[in-house]
Design a protein around this ligand. Sequence first.
Ligand code: FE2
Ligand code: FE2
Length: 326
Amino acid sequence: MTIAPVQSPSLGSSGWTDTRLILALEEVVEKELNRHLGVAKEWMPHEFVPWSQGRDFDGVLGGEAWNVEQSQVTALGRVSLVVNLLTEDNLPSYHHEIATMFGREGAWGTWVHRWTAEEGRHGIAIRDFLLATRAVDPVELERARMSHMSEGFESDNAHSMLHSVAYVAFQELATRISHRNTGKHAGDPLCDQLLAKIANDENLHMVFYRNLLKAALEIAPDQAMRAIADVVTNFRMPGHGIPGFERAAAQIALGGVYNLRIHHDDVLQPVLRHLRVMEFGGLGPEGLVAQNELGVFLDGLDTQARKFEERQAALLARREARRNAG
Ligand SMILES: [Fe+2]
Ligand SMILES: [Fe+2]
């Protein structure tokens, strides 16, 4: 199927409207959806929750009140798990965004609903795990969820279909890495296993959107390059609205769950390299400007990441010295 781009004076000769792009990409979506359904394996969240550890809380049932000593999960694990869970909790907002952008019809619609169903299991699984193992304060968690969801979530990229696709390609990988590293630092092998399962779902989501972005780069190279440059240079995690996010993010960065080095090396670069974004030829003047902007930004980010690593090493060394002295 070939759909000619719209000749629009405001968009230049290569101006594709969102509607036309969505139509032009429908076949790719169908192919990628079928590939996804072929490789995604069913898994059961309840199998990763140690229900035998669960018991009544205080309040209605008069059980035992929550206490930080009750769980083996590390302090870093707790902070990261809460950020990851609250991020997953805002699924109604994300669903609204992509259903509005991509539509609920045809292959796009099937993907939107399937993706939502898969994402739904992440919040369910993490919450069940945290409550059964008493890893976090349930009252604080519920209040944070109410506050976070009441704010809703509005993507920075809702104005453009290509920006949305570029954002989710990077964001799904960011989520994957964040779940995976949280599991590694959680201090609980079952939690690690659960988060590895979730991370695997996120990886398949990333592959779907990355392949879609690849097709978009072929169809509308200059516009796609502009979208990638804008998204990479303005990237924010969807959890940025969580109460106390800045403080949590600093702990998460220092602990090595998610920081500038990880963002550059494990999130941005793998997608950019796979799509050969920096070597991509056949660009017009607008695409070349965007590609150049991206190159300058990535160099700057690498420098910032190096400075962060120096600060991180110094802070951790000081902390270690204090521990040894005490
Ligand atoms: Fe998720
Ligand atoms: Fe995902």
